[in-house]
Design a protein around this ligand. Structure first.
Ligand SMILES: NC(=O)c1ccc[n+]([C@@H]2O[C@H](COP(=O)([O-])OP(=O)(O)OC[C@H]3O[C@@H](n4cnc5c(N)ncnc54)[C@H](O)[C@@H]3O)[C@@H](O)[C@H]2O)c1
Length: 273
């Protein structure tokens, strides 16, 4: 028996990285998965984003655990498209019990960036996209009337301005990830009467293609003070996606049934420095 038997989890950014890891971890606990990803490039993002092949890999991984998965391509910035793919998936899998608003971009380090467009894109994906995701997932959860759990992916940059550089990418990232905390708190108040819990998670650097790519590595190399500002307390440079997934799997389970409105760092002590 898994902790999440019979549950349906909506996960954005599920094609790869932490989103894929969350899909697998929740499926191991018995959940069926609605996996959404853009599987396309956003032009202000210099590192390669996900592909349809990445999303297909997530599908294979979940199916190999004997769980059901509906995968769809949608941009979290597109409210109608997102609602429509979620509605279609719900007609197949049943109402949503868990929402993981995980999709995000971090376009730091692009050459000659359009600062204004970059700031706007980051905020639209990382903040408006989270709002859209929750509103796409909530109607069937409310209708089912048996509570639920929502985790919004923020960052250490949602609790700290360490390493601020004055760029559209960096400012947009910190602003959007702090904004996610505001959404989490207002959603927690809104949804508590329905026994729907809402928390945010704040990872330090995670070993995914968002940060392990030549563009960001060059940016950190050229700005050594930034690397220093982003160091963890524990002797680990980066954590693994599964470290975040394990915290998420606990947060959405009944073991955390009275945990709501919390900003949970999974940050190797970063916030305590
Ligand atoms: N990697 C880190 O160091 C780190 C640290 C703290 C927080 N985070 C956050 O964790 C989350 C997951 O990132 P990751 O590390 O797995 O990186 P990743 O780039 O591997 O995964 C992000 C996924 O989101 C998808 N995505 C991006 N924009 C989208 C959009 N508009 N619509 C739909 N899907 C979209 C991407 O295609 C990708 O598959 C992000 O919100 C990120 O900001 C990452």
């Amino acid at each position: 028996m898994g902790k999440l038997d019979g549950k349906v989890a909506l996960i954005t950014g599920a094609a790869r990285g932490q989103g894929r890891s969350h899909a697998i971890r929740l499926a191991q606990e018995g959940a069926d998965i609605i996996a959404v990803d853009i599987c396309n490039q956003i032009d202000t993002v210099a590192y390669p984003m996900s592909t349809p092949e990445d999303l297909a890999e997530t599908v294979d991984a979940v199916e190999s655990l004997d769980r059901r998965i509906v995968a769809a391509t949608a941009d979290v910035r597109d409210h109608e498209a997102l609602c429509s793919v979620v509605d279609e998936a719900v007609s197949e899998l049943g109402p949503v019990d868990i929402i993981l608003a995980n999709a995000g971009i971090a376009p730091q380090g692009a050459e000659n960036p359009d600062e204004v467009k970059t700031f706007r894109d980051v905020v639209e994906v990382n903040l408006f996209g989270v709002w859209n995701t929750v509103h796409a997932g909530i109607p069937s959860m409310m209708e089912k009337g048996q509570g639920g759990a929502i985790v919004l992916t923020s960052s250490t940059q949602g609790l700290s301005g360490a390493g601020g550089t004055g760029t559209g990418a960096g400012d947009g990232y910190a602003a959007s990830k702090h904004g996610v905390v505001g959404l989490m708190r207002t959603f927690a108040n809104w949804l508590a009467p329905q026994s729907i819990r809402v928390n945010s998670i704040h990872p330090t650097g995670v070993n995914t293609a968002m940060v392990v790519n030549p563009i960001l590595q060059k940016y950190l190399h050229d700005n050594p003070a930034l690397g220093g500002a982003l160091q963890n307390l524990l002797p680990v440079q980066m954590i693994e996606p599964i470290d975040v997934s394990n915290a998420v799997a606990w947060l959405v389970s009944d073991e955390a049934r009275y945990v709501t409105g919390v900003t949970l760092p999974v940050d190797a002590g970063f916030a305590a420095r």
